[in-house]
Design a protein around this ligand. Structure first.
Ligand SMILES: NC(=O)c1ccc[n+]([C@@H]2O[C@H](COP(=O)([O-])OP(=O)(O)OC[C@H]3O[C@@H](n4cnc5c(N)ncnc54)[C@H](OP(=O)(O)O)[C@@H]3O)[C@@H](O)[C@H]2O)c1
Length: 338
């Protein structure tokens, strides 16, 4: 079974050396079908997206890529062009993300990809491949975070909820989902000029990054009924010491840095919980169910409106921008389109 042409275009990152210094040689190349990994489902990729991890996978010091060379791209959406799985026939609109994709196995920045059937999510009606990548791994993680908080009992009557890194992919999507579900959402951003857009997404109030990055007492006034944090660094300790008694924060990222310096007091004196979010390993049944909800009750407000579109040739700028922290909203990558 194969419907993939012998060669096609892909964005490839390969470790190299220039004047004795290690560098990443990156760009769009002709790629051979024979060099794709094995898998039961072949996909013509319509869209992919740019996530923080992709920026790292394409950097020589990123410590994310586990194969060399690598086609980065931790998510992709498109159409099945060949399949050994009767449940995923040719013509099915699908997406895949996480597991080893774009990290230990070639990812989404390619016109064609082959993946295991057990990684594939059929797209729910109402969600186009572009919509799916406007959500992407970041949006899926945001939805996971909201569901984790609600499964623990959070509801809009509990009080204001905080979202950090709000101009980014995880933060912006979490903000949109929570606002639509009736929460009073406060957004933390390091970009004051994003205030208008964040208010449009549903933010009831805005805090500056400096407001939350200062050192504080081990416990401060109880303010937040819940929080979604993809920043880590100095931000997560602030969240922990200002959560209400019994509240939780869903922690998914380290855009500000990986180190966590806190005390145990929020945990032992207020029963606060730190919920770890890992979108990579979510089992396929749960993954498909959550994507179905992303097409319906968790569909982010203004889906697809605040996205920046690039093609494979425009990836260098997008990948460098997301690591530099200058990303605003989501970046989608038009591969074959559709
Ligand atoms: N656990 C998982 O499964 C999972 C899944 C997806 C993403 N992640 C992680 O979540 C994080 C965010 O991913 P993303 O795709 O949303 O990235 P992103 O679009 O770049 O958003 C990150 C946001 O964090 C803020 N930020 C950036 N640098 C910062 C710094 N030095 N200090 C404080 N805030 C900073 C910025 O927002 P403001 O300027 O508005 O503050 C930025 O827009 C990354 O660490 C990523 O690896 C984890």
């Amino acid at each position: 079974m194969t419907a993939i042409p012998q060669t096609f275009r892909a964005y490839v990152a390969r470790k190299s050396e220039r004047d004795g210094t290690p560098v990443m040689d990156r760009g769009v190349r002709d790629f051979r079908a024979a060099d794709l990994p094995a898998g039961e489902v072949e996909i013509r990729v319509g869209w992919s997206s740019v996530n923080y991890k992709d920026g790292l996978a394409a950097r020589i010091d990123g410590r994310v890529a586990r194969i060399d060379p690598i086609i980065p791209g931790i998510d992709l959406a498109g159409e099945v062009v060949a399949s050994d799985d009767p449940a995923l026939p040719v013509g099915t609109a699908v997406l895949a993300h996480g597991y080893d994709l774009g990290v230990a196995r070639h990812g989404g920045y390619t016109e064609y990809q082959r993946v295991p059937a057990g990684w594939v999510v059929p797209l729910a009606p109402g969600l186009t491949p572009r919509d799916a990548m406007a959500i992407g791994t970041a949006g899926f993680t945001a939805a996971m975070s909201v569901v984790a908080l609600e499964d623990r009992g959070l509801n809009p009557d509990d009080g204001p909820v905080l979202v950090t890194g709000a101009s980014g992919g995880v933060g912006g999507t979490a903000l949109a989902i929570l606002a639509d579900r009736g929460y009073e959402v406060w957004a933390v951003t390091g970009k004051p000029d994003e205030a208008g857009r964040l208010t449009g997404l549903g933010a009831a109030g805005i805090l500056s990054r400096e407001d939350v990055a200062v050192e504080g007492k081990p416990l401060e006034s109880e303010r937040w009924a819940g929080a979604v944090d993809a920043v880590g660094a100095a931000t997560l300790p602030y969240v922990l010491r200002t959560l209400k008694t019994g509240a939780a924060v869903a922690s998914s990222g380290n855009a500000g840095g990986p180190k966590l310096e806190t005390t145990v007091f929020p945990f032992i004196l207020r029963g606060v919980a730190l919920l770890g979010m890992d979108s990579v390993t979510v089992p396929i049944a749960r993954r498909r169910a959550l994507w179905d909800r992303l097409a319906t009750d968790l569909r982010p407000r203004e889906l697809g409106r605040h996205v920046t579109e690039v093609d494979l040739d425009g990836l260098d700028v997008a990948l460098d921008g997301i690591v530099a922290g200058t990303a605003r909203g989501r970046w989608v990558v038009r591969v074959g389109g559709g």
